[in-house]
Design a protein around this ligand. Structure first.
Ligand code: IMP
Length: 422
């Protein structure tokens, strides 16, 4: 398989986990390059459902090497628990998981600051996952972060942590939050550090070695294009580059070693947390929630739902250089007699065909819709493009024309076999 970046083309939760699982079959190495345990995807281990937050789902296949690369921020306690959980389910992790020594560490003060800032913002809050992701990346940019190579050296870690806790406790006190106990944090994190130490390595060297050996790499994006710190609906974004460029900076693999970018999108739109969602539609949300769909894997929050937004996805196709699309959750639309698609935005007489950068302006945008006839039949049993109802195929063809990239994969249910490769 060509070296492939897989990205979310919307606001995250596009169903990337399942498409990654399909593409993993052809890959040798699967790599997480951005974000932290704010991401989450549900995988099936035998009959058990298990939620992975940091470990690439390739871990379920013993012949795949899984890498958590330098662009990720790691909560070591949470990662240790994830690995222990996998071991309990009989999944072998010891020889096929490698963690970058330069990935930054999420510490308890990051989580406390995340929560305290959200509380202080009141109605201006971002709706974060409260996992400390923003403050951890802020420390990385401010050059006061601790990295995995610090965590696994107990004396270095003890000294650096002491200084960081002292400074952060000042901020926490000033914000009316409870300061942290240095001893407690040290104990907990040194234990996690010694547990994770055997997994920590120079992943840049390892990935270049894999490339030299002709192995194929799959870069597993987390979150989605419009949560990207540079290209998303700022400030209602996460704190990393979730788009395709992040795969290079987040791993040390250069752009000229990338062969293909796959964009994943739902057949409609969802978002969790605050921020504009131009095509949001409460009735569609009620329908999807009543079917038991669209609850977040990390926080359990019901996702906000809307119609497919071709303006947004067309922009995502450009930013990421999407070569191929995978459409998920087509079956979510099976019962509808009319399906809307947003072709453009309008504010008064002004028309937009790319999303405006200012969130106030984006929030004021009214979608301009086209309507499609629904197929009103279950697509869950379809196993080929031909087996999809004609109206569903017409809908998908319209989407690919509108966004400017071909659809190669269609997913019609959670199971691996409910995947159509066109
Ligand atoms: P943070 O990443 O926890 O700082 O949250 C920032 C924004 O990104 C919030 O709106 C979150 O709901 C959203 N977000 C973070 N991770 C995910 C994800 O994996 N899926 C969908 N939304 C996410």
């Amino acid at each position: 398989m060509a070296n492939t970046i897989l990205v979310g083309a919307q606001w995250g939760d596009e169903g990337k986990g399942k498409i990654i699982d399909v593409l993993t079959e052809e890959a040798d190495v699967v790599i997480r390059y951005a974000g932290g345990n704010n991401a989450g995807h549900t995988v099936l281990v035998g009959q058990e459902r298990y939620i992975l937050h940091l470990v690439p789902s390739g871990i379920l296949r013993p012949d795949k090497l899984c890498v958590i690369a330098n662009g990720v921020v790691i909560d070591p306690v949470s990662l240790m628990e994830e690995i222990q959980g996998l071991r309990r389910l009989g999944v072998k992790v010891d020889r096929n998981l490698v963690i970058s020594e330069t990935a930054h560490v999420v510490l308890p003060y990051h989580r406390e600051l995340d929560v305290a800032r959200e509380n202080r913002q009141g109605r201006h809050k971002l709706g974060t996952t409260k996992r400390g992701i923003g403050p951890a990346y802020a420390d990385k940019a401010a050059r006061v972060g601790l990295r995995m190579l610090d965590l696994v050296r107990p004396e270095v870690f003890a000294e650096k942590l002491r200084r960081r806790i002292r400074e952060n406790n000042e901020v926490l006190r000033a914000w009316g939050a409870r300061p942290l106990s240095y001893r407690k944090v040290l104990q907990e994190y040194q234990a996690a550090g010694s547990f994770l130490q055997p997994f920590v390595a120079n992943t840049v060297a390892l990935l270049h070695q894999a490339i030299a050996e002709g192995k194929s790499l799959l870069f597993e994006g987390a979150q989605g294009t419009f949560l990207d710190i540079d290209h998303g609906t700022y400030p209602f974004v996460t704190s990393s580059n979730t788009t395709a460029g992040g795969a290079c900076t987040g791993t040390g693999v250069p752009p000229n070693r990338i062969d293909r970018v796959v964009g994943v999108m739902k057949a409609y739109t969802t978002r969790v947390g605050e921020g504009p969602l131009p095509t949001e539609d409460a009735a569609l949300g009620d329908l999807l929630h009543s079917m038991g769909r669209e609850f977040g894997a990390t926080t359990g929050r019901p996702r906000r739902c809307g119609w497919f937004d071709a303006v947004a996805v067309r922009h995502a196709v450009r930013i990421n250089g999407v070569d191929e699309l995978a459409v998920t959750n087509l079956d979510g639309l099976d019962t509808l007699s009319t399906i809307k698609v947003c072709l453009g935005y309008r504010v008064g007489r002004r028309q937009y065909d790319i999303p405006p950068a200012d969130v106030q302006e984006l929030s004021a945008c009214e979608p301009v819709y086209a309507e499609f006839e629904g197929w009103c039949t279950s697509t869950q049993g379809a196993r080929s493009w031909k087996q999809l109802p004609t109206k569903a195929r017409a809908y998908l063809k319209a989407l690919e024309d509108l966004v400017g990239a071909p659809i190669r994969i269609v997913s019609v249910g959670p199971a691996r076999e409910q995947t159509i490769e066109r």
